[in-house]
Every structure is written in structure tokens, then in C-alpha cells.
Design a protein around this ligand. Sequence first.
Ligand SMILES: Cc1cc2nc3c(=O)[nH]c(=O)nc-3n(C[C@H](O)[C@H](O)[C@H](O)COP(=O)(O)OP(=O)(O)OC[C@H]3O[C@@H](n4cnc5c(N)ncnc54)[C@H](O)[C@@H]3O)c2cc1C
Length: 207
Amino acid sequence: MRYVERYGIDLRLGSKLVAVDGPARVATFERAGADGAVERTEERFDMLHVCPPQVAPAVIAASPLAGAGGFVDVDPATLAHPRFANVFAVGDVAGTSNAKTAAAARKMAPVAAANVLALLDGDRPAAAYDGYGSCPLTVERGRIVLAEFGYGGTLTPSFPRWLLDGTRPTRLAWQLKSRLLPWLYWNAMLKGREWLAAPAAHPGRGA
Ligand SMILES: Cc1cc2nc3c(=O)[nH]c(=O)nc-3n(C[C@H](O)[C@H](O)[C@H](O)COP(=O)(O)OP(=O)(O)OC[C@H]3O[C@@H](n4cnc5c(N)ncnc54)[C@H](O)[C@@H]3O)c2cc1C
């Protein structure tokens, strides 16, 4: 919020972009008031930067795999489908409430792998996903807030706070994001070598 103030951002939470008239440079927003009545407003813009709503691919949303929101219906911990026992989902397409990030997919993959192997052995799920996601918030050149959190907003820092405080903007987080993580993603995650994302044991299975 200090950055919002420093940059003079007119923050209007709860506003939904519903239409854009490109040639006229007018964006239309809807916002529900305290009484629930929806107010429509038009804003002129010089530049519009839009994040589209997150939706599942049509092929998934229209399939029996989909849950209510269109994403693959899975148990939030085991990542197993509740109706199709041999189906697991990881990444953005999984219908879990974590922040949809590559960092989340990185932690989900070993959990799903462990549980697929357990299933193939005729066993119960062995591993649980805690909802970990990581959102590197670039607040200025050279400083990032490396926000890491799990289900329910629980802080899940990868580093001790004295080294890297994930609740504040730091230069170290910038270095990590710009230098170390690309190397890690390419040489470890995408090559299937992952020594920093060991799956946690499922609570029902003990340590
Ligand atoms: C601008 C931006 C910045 C981001 N920054 C970060 C960040 O800093 N850190 C971070 O951790 N995450 C970040 N993310 C999120 C991250 O990119 C995603 O969470 C991650 O890519 C999800 O991986 P995925 O494999 O689940 O899905 P995807 O990467 O979306 O892969 C799905 C693949 O399936 C393919 N596909 C779709 N339909 C079909 C079909 N019918 N048949 C065959 N193939 C199909 C798609 O083409 C795609 O290649 C960012 C995302 C965006 C958009």
C-alpha cells in the first residue's frame, strides 16, 4: 500500500471491466455498491493494461473432468479427481484455490507423481499439496516482494526471514527472480530434476 501511495495510484477494488471501446478509448466498469446495486461507469484512457479473467481451456471446461468453475475437479491436497480415481491435475488447470503460478505447478508436480505411484501400487495417497504459490511483485526496478503463501493465505516462506523477508520489497528477491530462478526453472524444473520441492507426506499417512 505504501507503493500505491508513493505512485499516486487511484486504487478502486471491486471494479470489473465489462467493455472496451478501443477507437473511442473508453473503458466501461461495473461496481457493486454497499446496497448491492451495480453502478456502471465509463473512463477515458490513454493506455489500457488488462488482465483477463482466469478461465479453464474450453476442452476441459466442457468435459466431465470439470468442477463448478470449469477447472479440473481435484482434492486440494492429493490433487486426485474425486470421481475419476486415475485422474490427477497440476498447474493452472487444477481447480484448487492456490495462486495460479508456475511456482505452484512446481510444487504440485511431485505431489501428483507420488500419489500416482501410490495409486499404481494399490495404496492410499502418499503426499499432500499445501496450496503453495509464489507471486513475485515487482514494485520498482531492483526490488521485489517475493510473496509466498499457501491455502488460506498462510505464509510459506522458502527462506528464513532474516535472509529474505517475503513481506517486504528486497533487492535479494530481485536478484533471485532475475538471475537464479530462470536457471532453476530451466535446468531443474523443466528437466525433471527437482530437489527443492519434495512433496510433504499426506497427514493421513504419517511422516
Ligand atoms: C504475464 C504472466 C506472468 C507470470 N509470472 C509468473 C511468475 O513470475 N512466477 C510464476 O511462478 N508464475 C508466473 N505466471 C504464471 C505461470 O506462467 C503459470 O502459472 C504456468 O505457466 C502454468 O503452467 P501450466 O503448465 O499449468 O499451464 P500453461 O503454461 O498454460 O501450459 C498449458 C499448455 O497446454 C497447451 N494446451 C491448451 N489446450 C490444449 C489442447 N487442447 N491440446 C494440447 N495442448 C493444449 C497450451 O498451449 C499450453 O502450452 C505468469 C503468468 C503470466 C500470464
